[in-house]
Design a protein. Structure first.
Length: 191
């Protein structure tokens, strides 16, 4: 890595960790779902942090997945499923539509307001809110896709799984390899 990378203390614990690199989000997601079904906690599963965090922690050095597989300084992040991102996008878009409509209703709930005027105001007030919400929701989805695409372009999506005993280690390795994980191996520590 770069000499310009900030030096900070990294806490390493003596629990083995399985590592795998994935060339597609679909394979990664399938592996994570199988790990969860096999009893691994979401707290045992981590991924590489996003590009901004990588720059903060490792400096401006060019990185490849293979360089970070066994690096205790590699920043970690939790896995976020496509379903969770979809729910977030829906909540953002729907929330802005609701907010615009609620403001319009509140403004028009006067004794002089007619039902037709109130309905028109809700439609007019809710539409800009829905548009703003949709734009923000798309940005969230794009950031999520860009996160994975950037890792694929730099050698693959990294996945680490804490494996406290030999039986769990074997299960994790088998799942990672079964979903096209490359360079699957175990190191004796985890962050």
């Amino acid at each position: 890595m770069s000499d310009t990378a900030p030096k900070e203390k990294t806490i390493v614990i003596e629990i083995p960790e399985a590592v795998g690199v994935f060339d597609s989000f679909a394979d990664l997601q399938a592996a994570i779902y199988d790990l969860r079904a096999a009893g691994f906690s979401r707290y045992d599963i981590s991924m590489l942090g996003d590009e901004e965090v990588l720059r903060e922690k490792l400096g401006s050095a060019y990185w490849r997945s293979r360089d970070l597989e066994d690096d205790p300084h590699a920043p970690r992040a939790a896995f976020v499923s496509e379903e969770a991102i979809g729910e977030l996008e829906g909540a953002i878009a729907g929330g802005f539509f609701f907010l615009g409509s609620a403001i319009a209703w509140a403004a028009l709930l006067t004794p002089l307001s007619t039902l037709a005027a109130s309905i028109a105001a809700v439609a007019i007030g809710g539409t800009p809110g829905a548009v703003i919400g949709s734009i923000l929701a798309r940005r969230v989805g794009k950031h999520h896709k860009d996160y994975y695409q950037h890792q694929i372009e730099n050698g693959g999506i990294l996945l680490w799984v804490r494996v406290a005993d030999p039986e769990r280690r074997d299960v994790a390795v088998k799942i990672l390899q079964g979903h096209s994980g490359k360079d699957v191996h175990v190191h004796d520590w985890s962050e």
